[in-house]
Design a protein around this ligand. Structure first.
Ligand SMILES: [Ca+2]
Ligand SMILES: [Ca+2]
Length: 281
């Protein structure tokens, strides 16, 4: 029981005590009138009747007092408690997104920067969060399992390398993390990224039937969830007419990579968030 409520109950008890006291005093005075003046029987009956009426009024007042006290004390207390526990509705807090279309919160950022053919990529001042790709043409970003890290930032002189965690070790379609992407830079560019891997038995390379297509339109660019496209290979590997789904680093395939096909996109921005995505939907 909290302090405020204790005070209310103390006042309530005190009020009841006063009411009882008044009733007792009234009853006593009525009895006194009856015993002290036996000759005035009609008068004492009148006093007793008045005392009864006063008692009824006092009891009604006491009941009303109790009801008012309950209304005053209980409801403000409950409301205050709820406000303290939930400053924001939980559903609203969970769904909070930034204006960019990506979730809020900590994330790993990776910039894929398009470099014109006659320019060389400046690899100095690296913070390890970008990969240089040809502004026009194809490039392979080899993927390996581990903490988020750029292992080879230059994709203009051959394949580059990126490391990222296993997105769905049990392959139930619920990812361990999510990846969001958006196109930035001068309007007009476009890139297509496809996840591919090699069958260790036949040596055949399989590419997912889904690709991430980023187009730089004019104006504000928003993030979209590309987890299904960048973290899985969907292909009919056994030839039964149904697509198989393999998350990155599934043992059924090997040498996972992103095939980056650039058509003038200056900057593709990827963000990895510690939230899951259900790719079954
Ligand atoms: Ca999973
Ligand atoms: Ca199949």
């Amino acid at each position: 029981m909290n302090k405020q409520r204790k005070i209310y109950y103390r006042y309530l008890t005190r009020l009841s005590f006063y009411v009882c006291n008044i009733i007792t005093v009234k009853k006593a005075s009525a009895n006194l009138g009856q015993t002290g003046s036996p000759r005035f029987a009609p008068a004492s009956t009148q006093v007793a009747g008045e005392a009864g009426a006063v008692n009824l009024v006092l009891i009604l007042l006491a009941v009303a007092g109790v009801v008012i006290f309950i209304l005053l004390t209980q409801f403000p207390l409950q409301r205050q408690k709820e406000e303290t526990l939930y400053p924001k509705p939980p559903s609203q807090a969970a769904q909070t997104q930034t204006g960019s279309g990506a979730p809020s919160g900590a994330h790993y950022n990776l910039n894929i920067i398009g470099v014109p053919k006659n320019k060389t990529a400046d690899l100095t001042g690296s913070q390890g969060h970008r990969i240089f790709v040809p502004l026009e043409g194809n490039c392979k970003i080899n993927l390996s399992e581990g903490d988020f890290q750029v292992l080879d930032a230059n994709c203009t002189d051959g394949p580059s390398a990126f490391q990222l965690p296993n997105p769905d070790p049990d392959n139930d379609g619920i990812t361990e993390y999510s990846v969001y992407a958006r196109a930035l830079g001068k309007p007009g560019g476009k890139s297509t990224t496809t996840t591919c891997a090699t069958d260790p038995v036949t040596g055949e390379e399989w590419c997912s039937v889904y690709s991430m297509v980023l187009v730089r339109e004019k104006g504000k660019s928003s993030f979209t969830n590309v987890s299904k496209v960048l973290l899985y290979v969907y292909a009919d590997i056994n030839g039964d007419g149904t697509l198989e789904r393999y998350p990155l680093f599934d043992a059924a395939l090997q040498d996972y990579l992103w095939n980056y096909d650039n058509n003038g996109l200056k900057l593709a921005q990827l963000r990895f968030y510690q939230v899951s995505t259900n790719v079954n939907q």
